[in-house]
Each structure stands twice: as C-alpha cells, then as structure tokens.
Design a protein around this ligand. Structure first.
Ligand code: ADQ
Length: 472
C-alpha cells in the first residue's frame, strides 16, 4: 500500500486507550494512516508572530502528525475570513451572510501556498495525497506548481452550491478551475456532484468523457459522490457500555416519565436551530395535551465564536429559548433544556438512546453525522424516531427517517406528533432499514471507496499526467 498523506485544516492526533472520545472520521483516518505508515498534516491551531514554516512532528499511537503554526493575520483572513465568512455561508445557501473581501481571498491564497511550501518537501514519489475540505481547495494546484506529480485527491465535506449562487463569488472560476489539478474530487451526495458537474459544464465548458471523468484544458478529473459514514458497529457497541448506560439512566431519571426530543448540533446557523424551536413550539401549541408530557433537550456547543454571525445566532437562540420557556413553562416543567456544551462521545451515545425522537433539521448540511449516530445508538428492540431535514446529505441514505422541510414549522410539528405516536413495529422496521445502510456504508467503506478511486488510475489519466505540470 502506498503511504497515505492526509491534509486538513486541523489535525486530530489519536488519543489514548480505545480512542473513545474521537469521532469515527479521526479513528478511521488514523487506522489508515497507521496501516500505511502515513502522516496527517495541518494547522496546529496555534499562532506565531511571524510564519517560519517550522513543522512540529509528533507520533501518537502509531500515527505521525505534522503541524504548522500560522500568523494572526492568517487566522483572521484565511480561517475566520475566507473559510468561515465567505465559503461556508455561500456553500450553505446563505449568500446574505457571505462576505467578499480581497483581504480574505489573499489570506486564503497565502495560507494554501504556505501549506504547499511546507508540505511538498515531505511528499515521497509513491505517496497518495488526500486533501480535505473547503479550507484547502487550491492546495492541489499549488502542489502541482511545485512539481508534485503524485496522485492527489480532494474531499469536500460541505455541500456544493448551485451554479447561480456560486457565480456571486468573486473569482469563482479560478477557485473551481483549481479542482482540476486533483485526480479525484469526492462530494458527499449525488446532488452536490450534479451541481458541481453543472458548473463545470456550463461555466468552464468541461467535457464528460465516456468513462464518466471530466476533461478540461487537457486535465482529467474523476468526480465522485462518496457519502461519509460513521463507524456504526463501534458506535452501537459504545451505546451499550458503562458511560452510555449511566448517561441514559441519568437522562431517563431526570425526564421523570416525559418523552425526550433531542437535538445535538454545533451552534451554527446552517443547523436550523431557530426553525427547530419554532416547529417544537408549534407542536406544543397544537397539542396542548402533550405539554408537560414531553421536553426538548438541545445540546449546542458554541463554535467559531470569533465570527459575528455566530455571535448573533447564539444571541437569537438565547432569546428564543427564553421566550418559549417563559411563555409555556409551568412551575414543574420547562419545555426546552438548552445546553451550550459538548459531551464525551460515550455520554452522547447514552443521551441518543434515551431520546424518543431526535430532531436533525439543518437548512443545508453536507452530510450530518448526528443523524447517523442517533440511529446507531438506538435499542434495536425499542428504537426512537429520527426526524431528518430533507436538505441534509444524510437524507439521501436515511430514507426511512421522517423527512421534513426544516423551514416549515407545521411540517416539523406534524413530524414530532407522528414520531411520538408511532407504534413499535413501525419504529423497528424504519430503524432496521437505516441501520442496514449505516453498517454497509460505514466510515471504512467511505475511506476505501475514496482511496480506491484515487489509486485506480487508468491509462487515460496516466497520459495526461505530463500536462498536470503547471508553469510556476
Ligand atoms: P459538522 O458541521 O461539524 O461537520 P456533523 O456531521 O453533524 O457536523 O458532525 C458533528 C460531530 O460533532 C458529530 O460527530 C457529533 O457527535 C459531534 N458533536 C456535536 N455536538 C456535540 C456535543 N455537544 N458534544 C459532543 N459531540 C458533539 C462537517 C459537515 C457535515 C459532515 C461532517 C463530516 O458540515 O455535513 O457530516 O463535516 O463530513
């Protein structure tokens, strides 16, 4: 097996025994890196006064990580700026929040060049290079400019926007063209892939070849839909272990016989939390007999707190949950328990299991792993019901969830009522069908599918390899 070199904005080195607190992605990538004696490269999350290019190598549990520090201006323009104030909102259909500033764009280009400068001397001839996410779109092109001829793949974890939206990004063409320096580009769903192909064909005039690859200016790219999975078996096991059992028992005790409706999300405007609260409030008002018989637990650890739109959504949710609680609560009952902190994964598994229903209602989401984790954590003999936004990538796989339009409070309210009334046989049938998919298309399946596409070179691509060389 060729050595795997993973590159992402942040690096997650494996932690101790059992890696219990790590997400499936970090565990799966760590396993693949360990097996191929590979390396994970990225930003340390630390700042340095002036960029030195110094690489900090560490080895943890058989995995080598290599990290660099960035300057405060880099963090501001590249990370808080172009990544999280320009690309993230735009790619999540929030053009109203997208900020277009030359400084951000410059910072993004500079940091990608810094990554390329420090990474390229580490790349050996047979390495497979796998670059992740919207922070790093132009990195492949920068590496080619430095003469790297290895196979390089890119995976986008977030949605690909419709062409009409992408056209509002200054220099959109240059950004998309840079994807053609990869051998493989992976997107989470066929829908995002179709949007990408639409842009490539209508805006760039790229051609689709007989084998499905895209050809543009002498370069050939395989674009694939490759949905990320979770380690379903491991998550299911975790839900039966001590930490999870304790968390589940303690949740049930505190519920005092009431049905719990759960939400677990990073605090982000794309996750549809406000709309979810509106939908739940509507449910309570339409079904007054259910008041005091249910409650919602919304867990939402803050993220990207340096960005103003994140401060605003946090304030809005504080106000809205306070308003709903103030209006509907009684001395014995609070309709929404709103918690701004994270939990260890084992405890989360227990909370998922204690919930009669889980509301996963993003307005737009590349995939959404919470939906998958909720299903995997359920008791097979008495599973809860997943209520899932049809605008999450996960809806393409989890078709037996109650699919809702997250913008419609009525739709959300109806789904809550249906979930709480669903008989056990229907719950089991829906859960089983979803669990089958989660086990079949798990995180290792995802990883192997991508790496297979990246290694499965054909002669056609080999021929254009020479043309990958770009003048500096
Ligand atoms: P995210 O937007 O971060 O990821 P998601 O897929 O839901 O979203 O993953 C969140 C992860 O964080 C889950 O594993 C969840 O368990 C964990 N988490 C959330 N809240 C938590 C809490 N309070 N305590 C502990 N853990 C918590 C991006 C894309 C997604 C895509 C993923 C992976 O936006 O669409 O699914 O990458 O590709």
């Amino acid at each position: 097996m060729s050595r795997l070199l993973v590159v992402s904005n942040r690096v997650q080195p494996p932690v101790g025994e059992g890696e219990a607190n790590q997400g499936g992605l970090a565990v799966a990538l760590s396993a693949a890196l360990r097996e191929s004696n590979g390396m994970w490269f990225g930003w340390s999350g630390q700042e340095t006064e002036s960029f030195t290019g110094h690489i900090n190598f560490q080895r943890n549990h058989g995995v080598t990580t290599a990290t660099i520090d960035l300057e405060p201006q880099d963090t501001e323009e590249y990370y808080n700026g172009y990544a999280n104030r320009t690309l993230w909102p735009l790619f999540h259909d929030r053009i109203d929040l997208a900020e277009f500033q030359r400084g951000f764009e410059g910072g993004y280009a500079r940091v990608n060049l810094r990554f390329a400068d420090t990474l390229s001397p580490l790349i050996e001839p047979d390495d497979l290079v796998w670059i992740h996410d919207y922070h790093m779109i132009p990195l492949g092109r920068e590496l080619r400019r430095q003469g790297i001829q290895n196979r390089i793949g890119f995976f986008l974890h977030i949605p690909w926007p419709p062409t009409r939206l992408l056209l509002s990004l200054p220099h959109h063409r240059e950004l998309v063209e840079s994807l053609f320096f990869y051998d493989v580009v992976g997107l989470q769903t066929q829908e995002w892939l179709d949007s990408f192909l639409h842009y490539a064909q209508t805006q760039l005039g790229a051609e689709i070849l007989e084998d499905g690859c895209l050809s543009y200016q002498g370069r050939v790219l395989r674009a694939i839909a490759c949905p990320i999975g979770i380690d379903a078996a491991a998550f299911q096991d975790m839900a039966n272990q001590e930490l999870a059992i304790q968390a589940c028992d303690s949740m049930r005790r505190s519920a005092e016989g009431r049905a719990m409706i759960l939400g677990v999300d990073r605090l982000d405007y794309s996750k549809g939390l406000e709309e979810r609260f509106w939908g739940y409030e509507r449910f309570l008002k339409e079904h007054p007999e259910m008041q005091e018989k249910v409650f919602m637990l919304q867990i939402a650890p803050p993220s990207r707190g340096d960005v103003q739109s994140y401060q605003e959504i946090r304030n809005q949710l504080d106000t809205l949950s306070g308003r709903i609680n103030g209006e509907l609560a009684s001395a014995e009952w609070v309709p929404i328990r709103y918690v701004n902190k994270g939990y260890p994964r084992g405890a989360l598994a227990g909370m998922y299991r204690a919930a009669a229903a889980c509301l996963v209602t993003p307005l737009r989401d590349g995939m959404n792993l919470v939906a998958k984790e909720y299903v995997a954590a359920q008791d097979p003999e008495d599973p809860g019901v997943l209520i899932l936004s049809s605008f999450a990538g996960a809806a393409h796989q989890l078709k037996q969830a109650l699919l809702v339009n997250p913008h419609s409070a009525e739709d959300v309210a109806d789904a809550i009522a249906r979930a709480l009334n669903m008989d056990k046989s229907e719950r089991i049938e829906r859960w089983q069908a979803m669990m089958d998919i989660l086990r079949k298309e798990d995180v290792n399946w995802w990883l192997n599918s991508f790496v297979d596409a990246l290694t499965g070179g054909d002669e056609g691509r080999a021929k254009v390899r020479e043309k990958d060389k770009v003048p500096a």
